[in-house]
Design a protein around this ligand. Structure first.
Ligand code: GLC
Ligand code: CA
Length: 548
């Protein structure tokens, strides 16, 4: 049994608060405009001040950044712009000294086209073992000049790209992200090795990118022009996503995790029908699965109530715990999203986000203060729920999406390949503001790789260190959550149609989704995201009330 992980009970992750770091945009230690491990090392005190249990590092592997690092050239190395393995080891030990665990992002569905294996595949002949690690097929038509099937990619129209000898390879994302063939034994072994490589270095957890991909049934080759959930089969037989066999892969991964004490946990990023989520979170599999339901939800008590009830039931089914997420590096920051009139009201969930972004990005009439009030209320609500909470860097400052990035500064392939229909994810990836003034607002001594807006002068770590700031609200809530909740107990209370209210361990958490003030239950108010007057909680606010 190997024990490089931070010691603790095997189920430490059940109620962990995990803070997502997008390394290129967190802090720049050497002044080249790109965030790096040195930068993160210099901010460990800040991370500790948040009271979080773990950080999740988005990909830091060598990459040409065709998809923000989710195009990996080498899974067992660090991009030289981001740091070295020595720095990584130093970061893990410094975080562990501060009782903070570390998650690494694993991207198993596809590598980058600069991975040694893909280069080898291009040099090898059709039908060779080197090509078998990826998905190569002959084209259609007399000269094979047509793609093998009508397959879109997530970011654009073409899911097949032709190589010089005439064959085509499949990529569900950009053409720089060829999909692996998960029926190939070498691919399988490579990821077992990779999980050991990072676990040996003391990594405590993994976030698994596109965890519902991997296994595919390509006989016959499927046609697909959309990846909306509504077109994906929900019985494990979809040709591309969420096939039942994918869980055989994760069962083998679990055996690797069990070589360590405590075993690393893994959290699946699986965009599947909610009823298909439990197997990913099973104790014989990855352990946890992201619940993204609140990301697509409208601001409405009934919707929140239903999502919470359903997810608590689902996590009880597997013995896992639920996960709660309001923001990440792929979606419009929740302070801005919750300011969007009508968001979440159409049936196609994330479709709303793209449509709104394209149509209203520069609309000056957005009520951003309302969005921020709701965001704080939502965060206090999820921090009171049983399960673990994933926080995305900058949300603790109440950051809004940066909406005015000029086209020529955009980096996200989704923006370029989306034919004007998909939003850019750059607006939530802008380098963090640490100070009110100075070079790149304290991000680093050089510039910032995406333009920072002038309002960062008001919204930054320095200006929120003292007083009633969003930052201090996060800190207090995380501290109080740790001190107060020791069980998974949960009971709904009824405070009317426009509120959610539940009780856990003697604390009642009330969220007022309405406009009018709401009478709070009697007790001591421990925390509130809005000013209480005359015993009433204002609209768009959450309070925690002790009834003990
Ligand atoms: C996941 C990542 C996203 C990336 C995609 C392809 O959804 O979160 O950022 O573009 O996978 O790897
Ligand atoms: Ca740097």
């Amino acid at each position: 049994m190997k024990t490089n992980q931070l010691p603790g009970p095997a189920n430490w992750w059940r109620d962990a608060v995990v803070y997502q770091i997008y390394p290129r945009s967190f802090a720049d230690g050497n002044g080249d405009g790109i965030g790096d491990l040195k930068g993160i090392l210099s901010r460990v005190d800040y991370l500790a001040s948040l009271g979080i249990d773990a950080v999740w590092l988005s990909p830091f592997f060598p990459s040409q950044l065709a998809d923000g690092g989710y195009d990996v050239d080498d899974y067992q190395a660090i991009d030289e712009r981001i740091g070295t393995l020595e720095e990584f080891d130093e970061l893990v030990s410094k975080l562990h000294e501060n009782q903070i665990r570390v998650f690494v992002d694993i991207v198993p569905n596809h590598s980058s086209n600069r991975h040694a294996w893909f280069k080898e595949a291009l040099e090898a002949a059709p039908g060779s073992p080197a090509r078998d690690r990826y998905i190569f097929r002959d084209g259609k038509g007399p000269d094979g000049s047509q793609p093998p099937s009508k397959l879109a990619s997530h970011f654009g129209p073409e899911g097949w790209t032709q190589v010089p000898d005439g064959q085509w390879y499949m990529h569900l994302f950009t053409k720089e992200q060829p999909d692996f063939n998960w029926d190939n034994e070498e691919v399988h072994q490579y990821f077992l090795d990779t999980l050991r490589f990072w676990s040996d270095r003391g990594v405590d957890g993994f976030r698994i990118d596109v965890a519902h991909g991997l296994k595919k049934n390509l006989e016959p080759l499927p046609d697909r022009d959309s990846y909306a959930l509504s077109v994906m089969k929900d019985d494990g037989t979809d040709p591309i996503f969420d096939r039942d066999e994918v869980h055989e892969v994760y069962a083998a991964w679990r055996e690797v995790f069990n070589e360590y004490d405590p075993p690393p946990v893994a959290v699946a990023e699986a965009w599947v029908h909610p009823n298909r989520r439990p197997p990913y979170a099973s104790a014989n599999g990855l352990g946890q699965a992201f619940n993204f339901d609140l990301l697509a939800s409208k601001w409405d008590a009934d919707s929140f109530r239903k999502i919470i009830t359903d997810n608590l039931e689902m996590s009880a089914e597997t013995g896992s715990s639920s996960t709660w997420v309001m923001s990440n590096h792929d979606v419009i920051r929740h302070a801005t999203r919750l300011a969007i009139p009508g968001y979440g009201e159409s049936a196609d969930g994330f479709g709303d986000e793209h449509r709104w972004y394209v149509e209203n990005r520069l609309n000056p009439n957005l009520d951003l203060d309302l969005g921020l009030a709701r965001a704080k209320a939502a965060t206090l609500l999820i921090l009171a729920l049983p399960g673990s909470t994933y926080i995305y860097q900058g949300e603790e400052l109440g950051l809004h999406e940066v909406l005015d990035i000029p086209g020529e500064s955009m980096q996200d392939p989704q923006w370029f390949r989306g034919e004007g229909k998909l939003k850019s994810r750059d607006g939530c990836r802008v380098p963090l503001p640490w100070t009110s003034a100075g070079s790149s607002y304290g991000f680093g001594k050089g510039g910032a790789h995406l333009p920072q807006p002038s309002w960062f002068a008001q919204v930054n770590v320095e200006s929120q260190e003292a007083g009633d700031s969003t930052l201090n609200l996060y800190r207090e809530a995380i501290k109080l959550r740790k001190a107060s909740f020791s069980t998974d107990s949960f009971k709904w209370l009824n405070l009317g149609p426009n509120a959610t209210a539940f009780e856990r361990d003697g604390i009642v958490c009330v969220t007022n989704f309405g406009k009018e003030g709401l009478e709070l239950p009697s007790g001591k108010v421990l925390l509130s995201s809005g000013a209480i007057s005359g015993g009433k909680l204002p609209g768009n606010a959450t309070a925690w009330v002790s009834t003990l």
